[in-house]
Design a protein around this ligand. Structure first.
Ligand SMILES: NC(=O)c1ccc[n+]([C@@H]2O[C@H](COP(=O)([O-])OP(=O)(O)OC[C@H]3O[C@@H](n4cnc5c(N)ncnc54)[C@H](O)[C@@H]3O)[C@@H](O)[C@H]2O)c1
Length: 355
């Protein structure tokens, strides 16, 4: 069992939730969160981290010296990132590349110096956009769904498995994360680093500071609560794009199961997501938000599709389920209810960030 975990991006959505839940679950564990507080709203996590006994180091993963204030950790969980697929889609990709690639290199170097294991929060966005959007699909009244055979290896109605092709462009975000994965595999091979890579689909839950380009479930719930307009953007503007959602509590359960099996930390790659059973389209999400919040808001339509948008993404998590006996336990309605409760409880501070 690990004794001290450093979580980079530890004031962000995933990082702060993992930090708090790890402290709550393992009383003797030391947890340090390092973050540059770049994401608007991450500053709101600081009081919660303190309250739960998580130490905080203000630092930037792009800067090697910022790791000097923390030592003695035996696991580094890399959650520091510019997590938007839109980053660099117009204008310079410098921040996404410098944080997600150069920053990951600094994280890897810090872990190597400490002889620490490495858990990398990668993304489904490593899979190429053109392959995913070319897979055969059907259109129902409320959603797009893949139809078998999809014509693409590793992609079925049950989702994308690790067998799917990595050939083709995938956005600066996806490319920077895939490059991080490749470098991590070199640290495993050359330095015997213990590592696991989780390629996550959409993660959601309380403490996600959702915005238009990232964090869709929080964005949708918050706009319903604060009665602000939304739009269905892309693929004709009908809101039928489909995604699977993984509750951050289910991710935490997976991380615990992975920590309990050190023999599997050989750099292997897993697709981890909510799966077809926990998939939802935007217009279906609207209905869930109306039920949870009691509000109905205006939703516009912007038919034009961004070059980095996907019609459908569903995760096939069979491999990670088999290796760790893990299955998501929380449904999409549970997720929407949890986020609704959280926004109501913190409405004053969140109105400034999410409103
Ligand atoms: N949220 C999702 O749906 C999702 C899906 C798949 C993978 N991921 C991955 O999970 C990880 C966490 O994402 P998240 O949703 O918590 O995002 P987030 O934006 O909420 O958290 C990222 C944190 O990193 C910090 N950060 C940004 N640049 C930094 C830098 N240069 N130095 C130090 N800290 C920096 C931000 O301030 C923020 O607190 C990321 O690696 C992301 O790629 C997220």
């Amino acid at each position: 069992m690990f004794k001290h975990i450093l979580i980079t991006g530890g004031a962000g959505f995933v990082g702060s939730n993992l930090a708090v839940r790890l402290k709550q679950t393992f009383a003797d564990l030391k947890v340090t969160a390092l973050d540059n507080l770049k994401r608007r709203g991450s500053e709101l996590a600081l009081a919660r981290l303190r309250e739960h006994g998580v130490e905080f180091a203000h630092g930037d993963v792009r800067c090697a010296e910022d790791f000097d204030t923390v030592s003695g950790y035996d696991l580094l969980i890399d959650c520091s990132a510019e997590p938007s697929v839109q980053a660099g889609a117009s204008g310079s990709p410098a921040y996404v590349l410098n944080t997600n690639l150069s920053g990951t290199i600094q994280c890897l170097e810090a872990a190597r110096r400490e002889h620490a294991a490495f858990l990398f929060l990668s993304t489904s966005r490593v899979y190429p956009i053109s392959t995913l959007n070319a897979a055969s699909f059907t259109e129902t009244e409320t959603r797009f769904t893949w139809s078998d055979p999809t014509g693409a290896e590793g992609i079925t109605t049950n989702g994308v498995s690790e067998k799917a092709s990595l050939e083709g462009a995938r956005s600066f975000y996806g490319a920077s994360k895939l490059a991080g994965e490749l470098l991590l595999s070199e640290y495993v091979a050359t330095h015997g680093m213990k590592a696991i890579i989780n390629r996550c689909g959409i993660l959601a839950g309380p403490w996600q500071m959702g915005k238009v380009d990232q964090g869709v479930v929080t964005l949708w719930v918050a706009r319903h609560i604060f009665k602000k307009p939304l739009s269905y953007t892309g693929f004709g503007g009908t809101g039928k794009q489909l995604r699977d959602m993984l509750h951050v509590e289910d991710l935490f359960d997976l991380v615990c199961k992975q920590m309990a099996k050190p023999e599997l930390w050989d750099g292997r790659v897993y697709n981890a997501g909510g799966g077809l059973a926990n998939s939802v389209s935007l217009c279906e999400l609207t209905k869930l938000c109306q039920t949870a919040t009691g509000n109905t808001i205006e939703i516009g339509a912007k038919p034009e599709t961004s070059p980095v948008d996907l019609r459908i993404y569903v995760t096939d998590s069979s491999r990670v389920s088999k290796d760790f006996g893990w299955k998501p336990q929380r449904s999409v309605p549970d997720l929407v209810e949890d986020i609704t409760r959280w926004v109501h409880e913190h409405a004053d501070s969140l109105a400034k960030v999410l409103g």
